[in-house]
Write a protein that binds this ligand. Sequence first.
Ligand code: ZN
Length: 267
Amino acid sequence: MSTNKREHKDGIWIIITKDRIVQFVDQPGLIRTHWSELDFAHAYEDQVEKLESHKDEPVYLLDMGAEQLTASHVESVSLRAMLMQIDISLFNLVAKAWQRTVFLRTHRFCGQCGSTMTRVDWELATLCHQCGHRCYPRVSPCIIVAIRKDDKILLAQGKPQQARQMHSVLAGFVEGGETLEQAVHREVMEEVGIRVKNLRYFSSQPWPFPHSLMVGFFAEYDSGDIVVDGKEILEASWYAKDELPNIPPKFSIAGQLIAKTLEDIAE
Ligand SMILES: [Zn+2]
């Protein structure tokens, strides 16, 4: 749903170019201003979409595609960098806008017959008028689990964490035909070779890299010795509260799972 010129007012602007988000050089974070101040984006006015409001503040989304930014007062940052610097209350908003953009960019043609898809105007979907195929944004469930053994927590390092010098809890995609619980047992066995028991649900978090839904669990160690798979997981061990390596930030469900497990250990 495009908005017309009269509706562009003050608000929060999530402006995406390539795979990055635009911000003012002298004011890092999401852009909060009036449309008239965004000269660099005016050629894309037809593409502006109004999303839901954030605490009464209108939120606009603009996908500038592969446009190169040339204005000196704006720059683009990675999604991860943007999420690290904004208030946690804006996390889901940005995640949603990002996933919406990725969906629309990647569903321009029908996966069944190759015809051009059109947007459905009453829900977020694309439709092929040639063969009737309809697509909705993809959501990929992924389990994430904090495993406790006495007063220690299992933290592991995979390739992505190695680049960031970080250790985290285990996570993995749910396979077709599998329950969330089965995915936890399978991933833990595959990645570190141990059995777990007493699974408890924690919470969930949309994770826009690019369309995961992280479903968090607590588990207790049951049996076996840690043997890493060497592919997804390079190193894993049990850590006590006072000897923690570098762990994920609190805005992530991984960070929250670790914090809650350590809290439970302290009790
Ligand atoms: Zn089709």
